[in-house]
Ligand binder design. Sequence first.
Ligand SMILES: Cc1cc2nc3c(=O)[nH]c(=O)nc-3n(C[C@H](O)[C@H](O)[C@H](O)COP(=O)(O)OP(=O)(O)OC[C@H]3O[C@@H](n4cnc5c(N)ncnc54)[C@H](O)[C@@H]3O)c2cc1C
Length: 505
Amino acid sequence: MKSFDYVIVGAGSAGCVLAARLSEDPACSVALLEAGGEDESRAARQPNQWPLLWDRAEAWGYATTLQAGYNMRSIPCPRGKALGGTSAINAMMYVRGHARDYDHWRELGNEGWGWSDVLPYFLKSQDQQRGASAWHGVGGPLAVSDQISPNRLNLAFIEAAVAAGHRRNPDFNGEFADGAGLYQVTMRNGERCSTATAFLAPARERSNLHVMTRARTMRVLLEGDHAAGVDYFDGSQVERIYAAREVILSAGAIDTPKLLMLSGIGDPAKLEPHGVTVRHALRGVGANLCDHPGTALVLGLREVDQPLPTSILAEGGMFMKSARLNDGFDADIQFFSVPFVPLQAGAVGKAQFMSIVVQACRPKSRGQVTLRSADPFDTPIIDPRYMTHPYDLALQIEGLKTAREIVSQEPLKSLIANELLPGATAMDDVSLEQHVRVMSQCIWHPVGTCRMGRGDDAVVDAQLRVQGIHALRVVDASIMPQIISGNTNAPTIMIAEKAADMILS
Ligand SMILES: Cc1cc2nc3c(=O)[nH]c(=O)nc-3n(C[C@H](O)[C@H](O)[C@H](O)COP(=O)(O)OP(=O)(O)OC[C@H]3O[C@@H](n4cnc5c(N)ncnc54)[C@H](O)[C@@H]3O)c2cc1C
């Protein structure tokens, strides 16, 4: 009988951190189960290759349902399937969100998750190239670096934003949130620093850590209201592994709620039609799905540009407060300056276009993840309901207008030949709405499907324990009670750092 103190499902951004931290205690035995493989490929390490990673044969292959708010289009929903999970395929931007994001989490009833509570865990994980400060840590496993090869178009975007009246921001994770600047990245020596590289690799020699790749968990094994272990498929047969202390789900915002539902934990109305026996009714499992929308202003370039291998392509950016819709948060709209469109063109060579991508920081549209069937190998139904809330639409339109103002400033202006999309004829809000609905994608930040909090749609408490079930926790992006005002990798790593501390103490 295989038994470990902790059985962690999913070796992604959160799972690798958790496995590494829990196994620091030699008295704990830890099993980490990952559905994918090792993934040491060059493409995964080389920064400018990231847009090619989600189309590989070994991927989850997820896409959303047809989105009514997006003119009935389905949007790809790439998820990493290897050690490192989505941190092994992402764009490597290191953004924590803003202090107010976490104070808001605490106000929602999550004691211990305010900014002053979580900042130490951000610092703990970090090895910041710029050195230690009140905002940054050094000596942690995760390399956070300045970019080596920012493209001249991204630098021009920053100068043009300053010329348009926005402040310069040398550090999006520093003293203030708004302004234009370069993103810092999770890279070391010009190569990707996933959580597998940063946290797991140095821990793998420990005899108390057992990493199992190609081990696809099918369900949590429940004995009454106690999580006793998991069943997983090893490629040829179903195996069982027991947890003496806890099962921890870190399978991400799509697969963690799916696993809970396959185990009979969820909304009875969504389980019973598939013949899944309800073991514990928990309405919020799979609900509250939130993701950042992304809408591009696409521009023709006067001269073709070529990214260097160390480029993450979308190097420059900006945060700003909305003129009309700010509700006390530090920023409402995030921008990405992307000189290579489509992104895949940047990964394979030259690109003739650039885009400025606009993202509402805290969209209000909410969707859900549900089962397609009771078959663990079936894909889940992913319905983020993008752009179904008027607030999100208003911010995307305001962002596009701001992007146009920036493009009209030097030094960017003279590098641009023309606006291709939505184009010079689309000036009024109706035309811009049409552009948002026809062209928007997402920024790949699904969260919230196992929301932390109180109330009957919360799934985990502030200790990340699944409500009503013993010895079962969720530790990944799905627990975010509200999406943060930025990219979600660093916050997910912070969540795992904090969870490890809570578990070990
Ligand atoms: C294309 C793209 C670009 C992005 N760019 C950025 C960026 O630049 N900066 C940023 O901050 N964020 C970025 N993100 C988002 C960020 O990477 C994610 O929010 C974060 O990685 C989520 O971490 P997680 O631990 O919740 O899930 P994941 O990292 O997805 O980990 C889940 C793991 O569980 C495994 N798993 C799932 N189901 C099972 C099962 N049944 N059995 C066993 N294992 C299973 C998966 O294979 C995976 O390894 C990006 C995302 C994408 C897709």
